[in-house]
Design a protein around this ligand. Structure first.
Ligand code: ADP
Ligand code: MG
Length: 390
């Protein structure tokens, strides 16, 4: 690993330095140290780094450094797989640009009336953050032009391509000028990501950040084998420990997400749910309330929660084992972000233990198994109670 540099040494300008201080950020992460110089030099980049390593700021700083404030056409474009992620990137870029009031950013994503976003476009943003479908819709209707984009960032490329956006993403790349800078970030590599890179990037700088101890979010993982009908009680047991002020619970289906939420509320817990059947305006409100700590328990499906970055999620509870193996890391990555410490609990039915082993096959750290004893106390393997206060 190259020697530690601070943001000053990375040639970050004074306004952005002030914004970083305001955001409480002082030491660049490895991906930031390795991305900022070549991206500022205009190189194409393919960056592979685990979640929670600070990729948004890694591309956000060079983006903001290279904006022409007098140019009234879209110069920089970020595409992201989900609206939540697009909003989050918009927020982080807005925070970074706090001391550059002339910067205008538009976020374009589905599920919100076009009119509102068209108004944002009328303000002549220099930056657009978008999901692929809505962006193409806006382009086709002539509300946005991409022919002056000099920097394009594809965030969470693996997720995006897995979600079936290959065609949309290639269309968008082909709509921006051929000599643009193309920067791709991904948590993993897959053949679609590599194909896009080969096809569209010129001598890209490859940056890989391994999931080493320092980079990897600090997450202590636990598993607990419970019967299907015992899951609700187990969930309440974890919440009743009063150890965690902010908890995300992952459930596989929209239906069960709502049901778990309703049952918790009925029992007097402050909880809310995020899933695809909830209106976008409400989803945004729920997300923000959860971020601000207005309620402690958020129950979500994988799609609704993808890419969401909430600081201080103290515990992630997998009510179900995810349908896709790689979602496991995405889920537990909601906690332990940016060098904080987090915990995850995964409930497993006996049959699911086999699949859990499969998920863990490529992970360096293994969860600690917990179980409920005869008195229904959650215990470690040696029989010692897990929550000492309970
Ligand atoms: P990724 O996209 O790699 O999953 P994010 O860009 O969402 O990660 O960053 C995760 C969290 O870490 C965010 O809350 C962000 O503000 C914070 N963060 C980013 N860079 C730093 C840093 N250098 N020091 C401390 N926190 C950081
Ligand atoms: Mg990210």
């Amino acid at each position: 690993m190259p020697p530690m540099k601070d943001f000053n040494a990375l040639d970050v300008s004074a306004d952005l330095m002030k914004a970083l201080v305001r955001m409480g950020i002082s030491v660049p992460t490895q991906i930031q140290q390795e991305t900022i110089p070549p991206m500022m030099a205009g190189r194409d980049i393919i960056g592979i780094a685990p979640t929670g390593t600070g990729k948004t700021i890694a591309f956000g700083i060079p983006m903001l450094e290279y904006i022409s404030l007098t140019e009234t056409r879209v110069q920089e474009l970020v595409i992201a797989p989900t609206r939540e992620l697009a909003l989050q990137i918009e927020q982080e870029l807005t925070d970074l640009g706090h001391f550059i009031p002339q910067i205008r950013i538009a976020a374009l994503y589905g599920g919100q009336p076009m009119a509102k976003q068209i108004n944002q476009l009328k303000r002549r943003p220099q930056i657009v953050v978008a999901t692929p479908g809505r962006l193409l819709d806006m382009v086709n209707r002539g509300h946005v032009h991409l022919d002056h984009v000099h920097t394009m960032v594809i965030d969470e490329a693996d997720e995006m391509l897995k979600m079936g956006f290959v065609k949309d993403v290639t269309r968008i790349i082909e709509l921006v000028p051929a000599n643009r800078q193309l920067v791709m970030f991904s948590a993993t590599t897959n053949s679609d990501v590599m194909t896009i890179s080969w096809k569209y990037q010129q001598e890209p700088v490859e940056i890989t950040v391994e999931a080493t101890k320092e980079n990897r979010p600090q997450i202590t993982q636990y598993t607990m084998v419970v019967g299907r009908e015992e899951k609700m009680a187990a969930l309440q047991y974890l919440l009743d420990s009063d150890e965690y002020d902010r908890v995300m619970v992952f459930v596989n289906t929209k239906f069960m997400t709502q049901r778990v939420c309703d049952r918790l509320k009925k029992q007097g817990y402050q909880a809310d749910a995020l899933h695809g059947d909830i209106r976008q305006s409400q989803r945004t409100r729920i997300m923000n309330d959860f971020k601000r700590g207005k309620f402690p328990v958020l129950i979500a499906t994988d799609v609704a929660a993808r890419g969401i970055d909430v600081d201080d999620v103290e515990a992630v509870i997998n009510y179900d084992l995810p349908n896709e193996n790689e979602y496991y890391l995405h889920r537990i990555g909601r906690t332990g972000r940016a060098r904080k410490h987090g915990v995850s609990f995964t409930m497993l039915t006996f049959q699911e233990t086999v699949r859990m082993d499969e998920i863990l096959k490529y992970m360096q750290t293994k969860p600690t198994p917990l179980h409920f004893d005869e008195a229904k106390i959650l215990c470690r393997a040696d029989g010692e109670a897990f929550f000492t206060a309970v």
